[in-house]
Ligand binder design. Structure first.
Ligand code: C2E
Ligand code: MG
Ligand code: MG
Length: 574
């Protein structure tokens, strides 16, 4: 009796244990995001667990229900899914497929797994797991998209374009045909971005991108967004139906119309296009892109809104500049510059007014490279900042030496490049150096050009005012070559205006130049500016300018730029 009671208690305990573990498994299973189908391979009966019912709105009871289940799926995927569900090949153990829901909005992965039964003599168990993989699929297609397309414009990205262009070049090599690579750079895009904001800037790029997308013809005309405001187009068409000329004509027509933004704002812009062709300009995709890039830069320099083909001399020019650029870097490092000083004289009495400091670069072969060659390169690559610092310091050092030694009153005019001027610390660094050399600031004049005046008005004037309040005067160099609006000038705090050499050159032969020069001189005086004429080469020019009221004359007629030794001679003779 006692034995029976004991066995009953044992059974009860085992049952409770079983119930407990069954409950745990059920909770885990039911809270799973997966759907499960269980089938014992010896029978037809199936059971569904987990999220299966939630996913498909039905339960399965036998293998014949598999057909009903597949009706919840995309018709194209049904046979594949049935093969997976009915898979009973034990040696395979795993079988899987991916399928779409009936409405195509969701993706599922179905995995069939066959497990050996733990109980001897029993058939194996089949477990089918169904996972919703919609998000994973979306991420994959997003990654795939990102691998081929540019996210801003929706057209091909650079990498994919390069691989398509490489394919085109291989075909062109076989067929003995040409491939044209066009690089399109939107003119003044930075200004659009700055003035209208980057959202509008991006929308403009999108619109240009969709215009280009509309022109694409598989294997013949392909487009991509390289970066920023640069697009590339490759044309390969042995039949000649698609040509650079036709493309450019269409592009000009499109750009003649404004681009209308979603806000209603209309943007008018132009584009500079550089063309490099296989096989003349290069044999690889990257060669062509590089050559087109060089020629686009040239287009921009030639006034933008045009198209230019790459030609060999452009490359020579470019390589020469690269060579100069490399040598210039070394020159900055080794400080291979010297300053020369060109005298300026008052026209009324031919007394010395001062000197303009002009930089000279002696390259490693001893050749003197003129500033007109290297200053633009230094401005482009930023070296002008170090060069400019040298110019200011060396000119101040010489000025201090000469003014203390000879006890004479004269001015030192120092050329300042726009990039140098734009630096936040520019004004402070000049004031510090002037103080460091213990110089009277009224002896120093900074020559700026109009290129800085059309930048941010407030920042420019604030800096000019600070420099002038410190006692340094400001001269506007090369007047007449740039913006040249006298009414605009009224707003800027400057002291002196230098009439550009190009006026002086034609002054005596051309009546209209005379009229312009005279009106510049009289209006400058009316506004209180001192006037300087530069590039005066002969007595006739001198006499004419003196009688027209130009205050100061600078030029080869009265004195060429001098080395420091020669300045010593000049000052000691005074
Ligand atoms: P700029 O500031 O207008 O300087 C006047 C240029 O005209 C100088 O050329 C000078 O040598 C030249 N010149 C003066 N009188 C005559 C003349 O009668 N006939 C002829 N044919 N030329 C004359 P340079 O020294 O070759 O300088 C050219 C330009 O390079 C300068 O034009 C200036 O824009 C820039 N530059 C020169 N030195 C510096 C510098 O230290 N810093 C910066 N940022 N730019 C400089
Ligand atoms: Mg100058
Ligand atoms: Mg000048």
């Amino acid at each position: 009796m006692e034995e029976k009671v004991y066995q009953f208690d044992l059974l009860k305990a085992q049952n409770a244990k079983l119930l407990k573990s069954e409950r745990i498994y059920r909770i885990i299973c039911e809270s799973s995001d997966y759907g499960y189908i269980y089938q014992n391979l010896g029978s037809d009966e199936v059971l569904t667990f987990g999220s299966f019912e939630k996913m498909f709105g039905l339960r399965l009871h036998s293998t014949s229900d598999f057909y009903e289940f597949t009706e919840k799926l995309n018709a194209e995927d049904r046979n594949m899914v049935l093969d997976t569900l009915f898979c009973e090949e034990k040696e395979k153990r795993f079988s899987s497929c991916e399928c779409r829901s009936l409405d195509d909005h969701s993706w599922f992965r179905i995995v069939t797994r066959i497990e050996d039964s733990e109980l001897a003599g029993c058939e194996c168990d089949k477990i089918i797991t169904i996972v919703n993989i919609t998000r994973e699929k979306a991420q994959n297609s997003e990654l795939l998209y990102m691998a081929y397309y540019d996210t801003t414009t929706g057209i091909y990205n650079r990498n994919y374009f390069v691989s398509l262009l490489t394919g085109m070049l291989q075909n062109a090599e076989k067929d003995g045909c040409k491939v044209s690579l066009l690089m399109i750079d939107i003119d003044d895009f930075k200004k659009i971005n700055d003035v209208r904001g980057i959202i509008i800037g991006d929308e403009l790029l999108q619109q240009i991108g969709s215009y280009l997308k509309g022109l694409m013809v598989k294997d013949k005309l392909i487009c991509c967004h390289i970066n920023n405001d640069i697009f590339c187009v490759a044309i390969y068409d042995p039949s000649g139906a698609y040509s650079v000329e036709n493309f450019y004509k269409g592009l000009r027509e499109r750009f003649d119309e404004p681009f209308v933004m979603s806000t209603g704002v209309e943007i008018r812009t132009t584009a500079s296009v550089g063309v490099a062709e296989y096989p003349d300009s290069g044999s690889s995709a990257l060669d062509l892109i590089n050559c087109a890039d060089i020629v686009v830069y040239k287009c921009k320099k030639n006034g933008k809104n045009n198209l230019q083909y790459f030609k060999a001399p452009i490359l020579d020019d470019f390589l020469r500049n690269v060579d100069i650029e490399n040598k210039l870097k070394a020159a900055v490092f080794e400080n291979n510059f010297v300053m020369h000083f060109q005298p300026q004289y008052y026209s009324c009495n031919r007394q010395l007014r001062g000197f303009e400091a002009l930089i000279r670069w002696k390259d490693d072969t001893g050749k003197m490279i003129p500033p007109s060659v290297f200053i633009p390169i230094a401005e482009k690559n930023g070296l002008i900042v170090s060069i400019g610092h040298f110019v200011v310091e060396e000119s101040l050092r010489q000025y201090k030496k000469w003014s203390s030694f000879y006890g004479k009153n004269f001015k030192m005019s120092i050329n300042i490049s726009a990039l140098q001027y734009k630096r936040d610390d520019f004004v402070e660094s000049v004031m510090e150096l002037i103080e460091q050399y213990d110089i009277d600031p009224s002896g120093i004049e900074l020559e700026i050009t109009e290129s800085i005046l059309i930048d941010d008005f407030d920042v420019v004037t604030e800096k000019l005012t600070r420099i002038r309040n410190f006692g340094v005067s400001i001269s506007l160099d090369d007047f007449g070559t740039g913006y040249s609006s006298l009414s605009y000038l009224k707003k800027f705090p400057i002291d002196t205006l230098k009439v550009d050499k190009s006026f002086i050159d034609t002054l005596l032969d051309d009546a209209s130049t005379r009229i312009i020069t005279e009106s510049i001189l009289s209006m400058s005086h009316a506004m209180g500016f001192e006037t300087v004429a530069e590039g005066v080469e002969n007595e006739r020019q001198f006499n004419y300018l003196a009688s027209a009221g130009c205050d100061v004359i600078q030029g080869f007629y009265l004195g060429k730029p001098l080395s420091p030794d020669k300045v010593d001679d000049l000052l000691s003779d005074l």
